[in-house]
Design a protein around this ligand. Structure first.
Ligand SMILES: NC(=O)c1ccc[n+]([C@@H]2O[C@H](COP(=O)([O-])OP(=O)(O)OC[C@H]3O[C@@H](n4cnc5c(N)ncnc54)[C@H](OP(=O)(O)O)[C@@H]3O)[C@@H](O)[C@H]2O)c1
Length: 281
């Protein structure tokens, strides 16, 4: 971080204390980016609030209205389909100097602005679940006129992993699918990998460890390879007419690339459908 912190003295509140909110809370707590006393949350049911209070030390707040009054930065962490119902009754409580970051997938800045006309510092963010371990890819975009809040938004999201500013539209959709949904696609492959090892006689826990270490090893190697391209790293595994070459040839004949591209495009279409649904609300 360059210069003094913009968020250390600010109170950060979460509306919704579910999976993604908990991942962000944990990253903020672990990174010590803000003092614990400055983190607040509400939730519809009391169980999760109690959990984040007990495990992370987050202060529970009774109502969303109270949280808005209390906090300088509000993170909207409810499901997209709940967002309108959550915001409508409290919209007038928000004020100009607040920063509001929405995590709701498919919920456009335009729809947010319609719901929260008082707020200037509006942003949309798309984290992914590795935020739990501060290894997320987080994309974000700012509403028109919110440029002055960019550094603060980046500072809130920074502890989660790498932060990528993206324009709303095609870039945000691509990031949503490849990184937001990405871990889901990777886990799909890891499951096949594990199943195949088990079919060949490995016990399930050992097979799982072998898969994890293979993915982790390849990713770490790529992470530590500086300028070397992924193509070059792959070339180093493959010898002519060797074992890897035979497997790769088959992957290419079966058009694994086409399957992946097709799946990504399908996911983009679903993201657009959700966006159209939420913009009608
Ligand atoms: N999970 C991901 O990988 C991921 C990735 C990127 C973005 N996101 C976005 O993050 C947001 C949250 O997703 P999630 O997976 O964390 O969902 P989640 O686990 O279901 O969390 C949503 C939370 O919102 C609470 N809630 C509902 N209505 C509320 C209200 N009126 N006031 C206060 N809290 C309320 C729910 O309470 P209850 O305990 O009563 O259910 C629940 O705990 C979504 O908009 C999603 O699009 C998620």
């Amino acid at each position: 971080m360059t210069g003094p912190s913009l968020i250390r003295q600010r109170k950060i509140g979460f509306i919704g204390a579910g999976n993604m909110a908990q991942a962000i809370m944990k990253a903020l707590v672990d990174s010590q980016a803000v003092p614990l006393a400055n983190l607040y949350a509400t939730n519809r049911s009391p169980g999760k609030l109690l959990k984040v209070q007990e495990t992370l030390g987050i202060t529970p707040v009774k109502t969303n209205e109270e949280l808005i009054d209390l906090c300088d930065i509000v993170i909207l962490a409810v499901k997209p389909q709940d967002l309108v119902g959550v915001l409508e009754p409290i919209a007038s409580s928000f004020h100009e100097s607040q920063i509001v970051i929405s995590l709701a997938a498919g919920f456009s800045l335009q729809s947010l602005k319609r719901l929260l006309p008082n707020v200037i510092g509006l942003a949309r963010a798309m984290p992914n679940t590795p935020a739990h371990i501060r290894k997320a890819v987080v994309g974000y975009c700012l509403a028109e006129g919110a440029e002055a809040y960019e550094a603060s938004v980046e500072e809130v999201l920074g502890p989660l992993g790498i932060v990528v500013p993206v324009e709303e539209g095609e870039l945000f959709e691509a990031l949503t699918v490849s990184c937001g949904s990405g871990p889901g696609f990777i886990f799909e492959m890891m499951m096949y990998w594990q199943e195949w090892l088990e079919e060949h006689g490995f016990e399930s826990p050992v097979a799982k460890q072998m898969v994890i270490q293979t993915f982790l090893g390849a990713a770490e190697l790529a992470a530590q390879s500086g300028e070397i391209s992924i193509q070059e790293l792959q070339d180093r595994v493959v010898s002519k007419k060797g074992v890897t070459a035979a497997g790769l040839q088959s992957m290419r004949e079966l058009e694994i690339e086409r399957a992946l591209r097709y799946s990504f495009e399908k996911a983009v279409i679903r993201d657009q459908e959700i966006a159209r649904g939420t913009s009608k609300q």
